[in-house]
Design a protein around this ligand. Sequence first.
Ligand SMILES: NC(=O)C1=CN([C@@H]2O[C@H](COP(=O)(O)OP(=O)(O)OC[C@H]3O[C@@H](n4cnc5c(N)ncnc54)[C@H](O)[C@@H]3O)[C@@H](O)[C@H]2O)[C@H](O)CC1
Ligand SMILES: [K+]
Length: 472
Amino acid sequence: MAAVDLNAEALGVPRKQLMESSGNAVARACRDLAEPGASVAIVAGRGNNGGDALVAARFLKAYDVTVHLLGRPETISTDIARENWDALVAGEADRRTVTDSAAFDLGDPDLVVDAMLGTGVTGALREPEATAASAINESSAAVLAVDVPSGVDADTGDAAGLAVDADRVVTFHDDKPGLGDLDCEVVVADIGIPEAAELFTGPGDLLALDRDAQSHKGDHGDVLVVGGGPYTGAPALAAQSALRAGADLARIACPEAVSREVQGYSENLIVRGFSGDRLTPEHVPSLLDFADDRDAVVFGPGLGDADESLDAVREFLAAYDGTAVVDADALQVVPEVDTEATLICTPHQGELAKMGGETDADWETRSDLVREFAADLGHTLLVKGAYDVVSDGDAVRVNRTGNPGMTVGGTGDVLAGATGALAAVLPPLDAAAVAAYANGRAGDLAAEAFGGGLVATDLLERLPAALRGDDE
Ligand SMILES: NC(=O)C1=CN([C@@H]2O[C@H](COP(=O)(O)OP(=O)(O)OC[C@H]3O[C@@H](n4cnc5c(N)ncnc54)[C@H](O)[C@@H]3O)[C@@H](O)[C@H]2O)[C@H](O)CC1
Ligand SMILES: [K+]
């Protein structure tokens, strides 16, 4: 929800506007539950859940409204909620502040609006919320909860202690998993979040990185790039990109014939050569061994399409059961391989066609085709284009960052490497979506400096800023 929020904001629909819609929906629910003239007690917490109800108060002029703010107005935790408290001028509602739980007096209203806590709840209700929750539960009034009954965890439905017993919940945008098991009526209100905020990647998607990467206990990934032979720049770009996208270690397995050259691009890379001048099936057992201890493998950059190399890719994937990003010439073997591995395939339109996938000039039609093909393959696809389409066969995300300057060679290797690093810390769909977004942002930042003359290494330097969400 926080990610969708931030994406909505980037699309020009700020949170305050959403709060106005939420408050309006709460007021509508009040009108459903009580006749004009009825007494309504709004019990508001200091977060945005309270803010929603403060908005509602402005829409309930036909009612006898009392607002009980739990705490002093200075302690309201967000600007938008405080602005809505200030907007309730004297006379519009009877405004009371509750600073001592012993002094809390709910009165005998016809309807209670529980807006103490929403999705921001942590742990058992503290004071004065606990006292207020008891008073609400003891009251004979109908109880309308805003977003979620206070004290209930919206994700799980669990309460760490006391929780409000609501008759009806008006929740926003989407049903919350924790509301299903509650013994009350749940109404979902559309608060005008643009569909684009969920479909298109945006700055909100970067939040996944904070959340999930933290849970990986400081382990930000050990990524192996398998490639090189006919080309040397591609694996070096992919591995450097993995480092710039946050991997702790980036290793390259490439033919000995080119390993010194590949190492020469950067002292940050750990390069291991295998015999000869290209990948062949005889290298697969030791590669599998080497890949076993890595968090993710990026297979394909600069590998070439010699028959023996493609045989090696087939044998590797058939035996591998970890996470791999498959790019470039390696892509064409994916449809024929039966593998336990979790694959993220990163084809451009031409490579997609070679894999047997269909495309279309219209991005929406293309989205459907990509989703169906990903479902057939049983893997995640990131199909590159002016609009990148990401799908795991179920969900679809579309990325619009990037610019025509990025058609220059090497940007695909940068994307593959970044995807590998992110796949070490995020689920495949998120890894692909965040990588596409950040790679495009890095390209846009590079275009500000170099216009159509940008080159792939310019993206490497700008990836960290793109992943931090700078300038958003
Ligand atoms: N798109 C959206 O998500 C929208 C959500 N809206 C509403 O906003 C709330 C979530 O608001 P938030 O400010 O993040 O959190 P809360 O209001 O739920 O609570 C924060 C507040 O509560 C304190 N606190 C936390 N735990 C406890 C506790 N156990 N006891 C007492 N106090 C507690 C904490 O310190 C904070 O001060 C969402 O539910 C929606 O109602 C938007 O308005 C519309 C868009
Ligand atoms: K609530």
